[in-house]
Design a protein around this ligand. Structure first.
Ligand code: S3P
Length: 422
């Protein structure tokens, strides 16, 4: 589907976005290996999270869903069953990586596959530490691959790349290992696995950059309420800042510190953002976020903050294009290994719209302030690229066409309907 968008002005709105994708995946996975019935509300019914549900159904878990409410009838830590045929993760890297951690220590073999994009995404970063734990895999470093169920032992592993998916895969494998498993990270990544595992009765101890998982005999089903996804809210936050005379509030957004790098970076650019009504939902901090039209100035961003805003980097690039002065992003090479090469995709798309933007090996150099004009831009079948270009379209003259725009369903079904309502 190709979508055509034009500029906006004077948007005053209060919006809600759907549940957090990372937390939705984890709620299904932990519910599946817990004892009892896990009841989830605020679940994100996007393609990626539905892939997680269908994989765990194939592993013998009963899962019922009505809209954003899900019931997972847990099979217990040792109760997953050998699936018939491949587990298909679709486009979802989180499903593939985290599930590999869970499956490495089972007493059966199984094979994982996914779509064309998933078949290019690196798995060696997960296989290497899991092999040290005793796991065995077929010889390919991308999907499709086979996991041969093995007996695992705990290790201490220092992450060579900042990745919550790799950290989580190791900690989840640690549930099945003999002895304790420790992951050391030099830059903090999202900690939803650690928080939720402890909620389910797991024993995760966090000390400075060390996260240690001790084995437990069982996990216990929980009621999980999922806050709105800050990665989805980010499109409306940046829109509120860039569209003249606007004010947009996004309600009940997850503001876990490991996810709020985008708010810190935009504040550093001079953004008028306020955070109100702070509370806790499902063990996670939540707040309403209001973004008002602002004059932004360019800044430099480095590897210390990128992991806290890895999924928001594409829409951050749009903010930088609209800012006065130069923005330099470094230490963001991981963006090349996402659903698309997000450095290349965003640099090409925004340049086509008139931005002065140069792709570098590990980021971008953006000379902000060049007026944007509508163009035909490829989404590269990447949901976050498509939605970031929609934000750019809102401040461009003329019409912008986004190809393969239906990929937004990966994380944000209904995005364009909500966008049009604004
Ligand atoms: C995710 C972690 C991030 C992020 C992805 C979801 C997760 O990846 O990009 O969309 O749920 O753990 P890495 O931290 O592995 O780069």
């Amino acid at each position: 589907m190709t979508i055509t968008l034009s500029g906006k002005s004077n948007v005053h709105a209060v919006v809600s976005v759907a549940g957090d994708k990372s937390i939705s995946h984890r709620a299904i996975m932990l519910g599946a290996i817990a004892d009892g019935v896990t009841e989830i509300d605020g679940f994100l019914p996007s393609q990626d999270c539905l892939s997680t549900i269908s994989c765990f159904q194939k592993l013998g878990v009963t899962i019922e869903r009505a809209g954003d409410r899900v019931r997972v009838f847990g099979n217990g830590l040792r109760g997953l069953q050998k699936p018939a045929g491949f587990l298909d993760v679709g486009n979802s890297g989180t499903t593939m990586r985290l599930m590999t951690g869970i499956l490495a220590g089972q007493n059966f073999d199984c094979a994982i596959t996914g779509d064309a994009s998933i078949q290019k995404r690196p798995m060696e970063r997960v296989f290497a530490p899991l092999r040290q734990m005793g796991a065995r895999f077929s010889n390919n470093s991308t999907a499709p691959f086979t996991i041969y169920g093995s007996t695992l032992r705990g290790i201490e592993y220092t992450l060579p790349v900042a990745s919550a998916q790799v950290k989580s895969a190791i900690l989840l494998a640690g549930l099945y290992a003999e002895g304790v498993t420790t992951v050391v990270e030099s830059v903090a990544t999202r900690n939803h696995t650690e928080l939720m595992l402890n909620m389910f009765g797991g024993k995760i101890c966090k000390r400075e950059q060390y996260s240690t998982c001790a084995p437990v005999s069982k996990l216990i089903a929980q009621k999980v309420s999922i806050p709105s996804d800050i990665s989805s809210a980010a499109f409306f936050i940046v829109a509120g800042l860039l569209i003249p005379d606007s004010e947009i509030t996004i309600e009940r957004v997850g503001v876990n510190h490991t996810r709020t790098g985008i708010l810190d970076s935009l504040a550093q650019m001079g953004a008028d953002i306020s955070i109100n009504n702070r509370c806790q939902i499902g063990g996670e901090p939540v707040a309403d976020i209001t973004a008002r039209a602002s004059r932004l100035r360019g800044i430099s961003l480095g590897p210390d903050i990128i992991p806290r805003m890895i999924d928001e980097a594409p829409v951050f690039a749009v903010a930088a294009v609209a800012a006065q002065g130069q923005t330099i992003i470094t230490g963001a090479q991981e963006l090349k290994y996402k659903e698309s090469n997000r450095i290349g995709a965003m640099a090409a798309g925004l340049a086509k719209m008139g931005a002065n933007i140069v792709e570098t090996d590990d980021g971008m150099i953006i000379n902000g302030g060049a007026p944007l004009r509508g163009a035909t831009v490829m989404s590269h079948n990447d949901h976050r690229v498509a939605m970031s270009i929609a934000v750019a379209a809102s401040i461009a003259s003329g019409r912008t066409r986004i190809n393969d725009a239906d990929c937004v369903d990966i994380s944000f079904p209904g995005f364009f309907e909500l966008w049009r309502k604004l």
